[in-house]
Ligand binder design. Sequence first.
Ligand SMILES: [Zn+2]
Length: 251
Amino acid sequence: MRCELAFPTIVRHPEPEQFIDAVAGMRIESVGRRGKYILVGLDGDLLLVVHLGMTGQLRLVDAAKPLEKHTHAVFFLDDGRQLRYRDPRRFGRLLLGTEDALLSSKKMPRLGPEPIDPEFVAGELYRRLRKRRTAVKAVLLDQGAIAGVGNIYADESLHRARLRPDRIAGTLSPKSARRLHESLRDSLRTAIANRGSSVDTYRDAWGEVGGQQEKLLVYGRGGEPCFTCGRPLSVMRIAGRTTVFCRRCQH
Ligand SMILES: [Zn+2]
């Protein structure tokens, strides 16, 4: 493949010219995910890392498809298709390097375990919460503690687990941590099965909107009635993020 950049600063590592040179002639060997990062494996242990930010979209399209506005990077594949990175708000980023190099240069954070990894057991979540003196939601959003939980699924999981988002993480009992572990996994599995949330501009790799939004219990519903008890849902800010929860159902 080869790459063209319309907005070079979307590449954060290495320099955009080096990025274009290094990608040229590479083959895509694998596509995976760690936390909120899409990892495209290239020859020789190189990783093309894509973080979608708020509004990023990575799409595999036919070359004949007209180029949409805000397309910042285009990867031309040998089969004639193109992998396009589009991002109206430009909070996303592209990185290239080996995993070790990206971690040691701090271009990518060391990530905690994935909630949907079968090896991530409830006891492990409890151990990670127990030593923290901050709000449980702040720990869920900390990618170094647990990878891949964003604002939507933090609120959804805490609601399902009947836990207040501002509860100090270290005060959760092993039983509460077990409930949270189960609700985290349920929320994320449902989201993946429904191809992600359809909040704002979300599109999957084929340009389809997500189907998740209809099933969200609290996210984006501040002031609306709780589906369980009917009381209006409360809103507060935790770790700089809007947080919605039910004062009656969550403790
Ligand atoms: Zn309620």
